[in-house]
Design a protein around this ligand. Sequence first.
Ligand code: SAM
Length: 285
Amino acid sequence: MNTLNKTKNIINKFNIRANKRYGQNFLVDNDILENIVEVSDITNKDLVIEIGPGLGNLTEYILERAGYTLLVEIDNKMIDVLNDRFKNKSNYTLINQDILKVNIDEIVNKIQKENNIKFNKVKVVANLPYYITTPIIFKLLEDENVIDDIIVMVQKEVAQRMVAKPNSKDYGILTLMVNYFSNAKIEVIVPNSSFIPQPDVTSAVITLNKTRKYNVNNEKLFFELIHKAFAQRRKKMINSLESNKFNNMSKNDIENLFVKCNLDLNTRAEQLDILDFINIINNID
Ligand code: SAM
């Protein structure tokens, strides 16, 4: 039975109504599901974390391939469906929680210890709830050290922001954070007809391979710089930094810093690439 018909059966059996508040749009397109697991390159030596498994359409593909799977779903109605659908599977843990409140590092380390195994790679594979895409991505990049790769469906515009180039409207905080922590690539654009119910937006699958490419003297200050530089993105960056009290520096101090870094004093944040931002930080005494 194809995924669309399976989904319709589950919806009838469990009397499901997609909950908009939780961003529930179920992926029912077999080609896209296959494409996601293919680009995820899941092996039986990997631990896969799926955020928001929902009715289990993507989960079914993941469970077939992964060595172990961790599912984190906020909606207890979905938990009943998943427990029933995968009652014959054993190599997974299902947690009924808000992903933003879960300490993934801790749970993955516990699973490895209990099973006396060290997974080759830890991958997040998910069709994310769009209302909290950015906080989830920031958490996976910044806070969760065990994660190697992230393969997620997001709104197309968000994917474009992740891979944007300087001097474009999409370029900003998300671009720089993604670039700082990973190599990003848009894999496929997905029409809204691939989901039920259909979302209003087009989607995209993006892969983020986590890697450390840059040396920054003070990471905390680097994140502060990015946020404050783009706080008023149409202003000159010096003015945005001053009015947002970057590093408690005076306008004069900031101007001197720009001169030291060979930057035009009229520069706007969107004109600088990541190496310029890093150079600013590494030139602060
Ligand atoms: N994976 C399913 C699929 O592809 O058909 C469902 C994807 S749907 C876009 C997003 C899922 O994330 C829903 O099942 C929703 O209940 C769940 N979700 C929403 N907010 C969440 C949160 N804060 N933590 C964990 N899961 C969440």
